[in-house]
Ligand binder design. Structure first.
Ligand SMILES: *Cc1c(COP(=O)(O)O)cnc(C)c1O
Length: 460
């Protein structure tokens, strides 16, 4: 593989979307009006938007051409068959059921296979996955290795499943209580950390011994395959496309949010090898999503996705994608800005506890850092700390604080250049110079559920 600094973006820019940087005074005013909550800003007031990598990708000229060629037939759309061909060739699954988003695919899978009091095993279930498992009155069980929870430990595959605990679960509960194992690649909830091929293979072997199927949450499958190529012995010379096929060969199917490695702005899918699963999924898909050949999407969306799935396994694309995240991480480390290491596939996580050690958790260090990053550079990240995760014990009234105070800077695919990343680094360097003058925030409004989307703050 080429050294990180010896290549540039493998595309040139044909259409531009102008960005405007507000003045510092305007940004101060806007963030105050927004109650220091980044979700309440208008996107047009943001210069570099790193809120999420979901649905924010730039499509290629080839995908845009596909939008015009989309077949909007209700049944048997040509675009559906193009998607089916892509899924067969790229992922290796025989059947595909389109859905309007990843969570809709999860809804269908859980409805098909999960009963009350079941246990759904995985490395770390994504929030919506966990929600759908709980809605079936089943228990989501996270079995990621201990290193996966440790932000300062360097481990190449922090998304791996603890095989000992997997076997223990299967031994204790068996296939009667365990409908399937779900491997999330990459593991979103601990920062986009990859799962190794050896681990996937072992999970398959163990689960098969108990007669339990294996599915993937495949939102970032190509990024996971690239990490395997880079980090796992024996894969350096294998094409990513081959690695992807091998990964999925150990599964019975997958759910996928196309808003990530589908390189499109909306959509999702289920894919299976067995005709039986497919039939069941289509049955639920028809009531919840739409007929089997469109599933809540326009024909043009399916066409763009069928092309995106082919583009995302391109190694020049992936080397630049993963390389850009790594580039930002290295710039920040050079500046002494504390981040979670190693960075994952889709973003860099700032460690606000180490960055602002003088701000106690009750004064929201990560929310403070996120707000300051907007003031300093017009940059929007997302807080993953006390605002998002602290909760009050109903009996004692005491607040349980999360272990980590993070600001996630998620990098949209093919959207920003490395110059934008330099700008992010420069803004953080600016905050570092004046950080002793920051005193944190006080919460002045909080909604009863999922408060972080709408909470409001004042500066201390
Ligand atoms: C985004 C995501 C989902 C949910 O997909 P949506 O398209 O947002 O509904 C599920 N799993 C993972 C790992 C994700 O990143």
């Amino acid at each position: 593989m080429r050294p990180r600094d010896e290549y540039a973006e493998p595309y040139r820019i044909k259409v531009v979307e102008p960005l405007r940087q507000r003045t510092r005074e305007e940004r101060e005013e806007l963030i105050t009006q927004a109650g220091y909550n980044l979700f309440s800003l208008r996107a047009e007031d943001v210069y570099i938007d790193l809120l999420t990598d979901s649905g924010t990708s730039a499509m290629s000229d080839n995908q845009w051409a596909g939008i015009m060629l989309g077949d909007e037939s209700y049944a048997g759309s040509k675009s559906f068959y193009h998607l089916e061909e892509s899924v067969r060739e790229i992922m290796g699954f025989r059947h595909v059921v389109p859905t309007h988003q990843g969570r809709a695919a999860e809804h269908i899978l859980m409805t098909m296979l999960v009963k009350p009091s079941d246990r759904v095993l995985g490395n770390m279930h994504f929030d919506t996955t966990e929600g759908h498992i709980l809605l079936k009155r089943a228990t989501p069980v996270n079995l990621v290795i201990e290193e996966g929870y440790e932000p300062s430990i360097l481990h190449p595959f922090k998304g791996n499943i603890d095989l000992f605990r997997l076997e223990e679960e299967l031994d204790t509960y068996g296939p009667e209580k365990i409908p399937f194992v779900l491997i999330t690649v990459t593991c979103n909830n601990n920062g986009g950390q990859p799962v190794s091929m050896a681990n996937i293979r072992a999970v398959r072997e163990i689960a098969s011994r108990y007669g339990v199927p294996v599915f993937f949450d495949a939102a970032r499958f190509a990024e996971n395959a690239f990490f395997i190529k880079e980090r796992e012995p024996g894969y350096a010379d294998k094409p990513v496309a081959e690695i992807v096929r091998e990964m999925f060969s150990y599964g019975d199917g997958c759910t996928m949010s196309s808003k990530k490695d589908g390189l499109v702005n909306i959509g999702g899918l289920l894919a299976f090898n067995s005709e039986g699963y497919y039939r069941q999924a289509v049955q639920w898909g028809i009531v919840y999503e739409g007929f089997a050949t469109y599933g809540g999407q326009a024909g043009r969306d399916l066409e763009a996705l069928s092309r995106g799935l082919r583009e995302v396994v391109d190694e020049y694309y992936l080397e630049n994608r993963i390389g850009q995240v790594d580039y930002l991480a290295r710039r920040l480390l050079d500046l002494g800005i504390p981040i979670i290491e190693p960075p994952g596939g889709h973003g860099v996580y700032l460690d606000a506890r180490r960055f602002l050690p003088h701000i106690p958790q009750e004064h929201f260090p990560a929310q403070t850092l996120a707000a300051e990053l907007y003031i300093e550079g017009g940059i929007r990240g997302v807080e993953l700390g006390t605002n998002a995760f602290a909760h009050r014990d109903e009996k004692t009234g005491e607040i349980a604080y999360p272990r980590l105070e993070l600001v996630r800077l998620a990098i949209p695919r093919r959207v920003y250049t490395d110059r934008h990343m330099d700008q992010v680094a420069r803004a953080l360097a600016g905050i570092a110079r004046r950080k002793d003058s920051l005193h944190g925030l006080r919460m002045v409004y909080e909604a009863p559920v999922l408060r972080h989307f709408t909470s409001r703050f004042e500066r201390l």
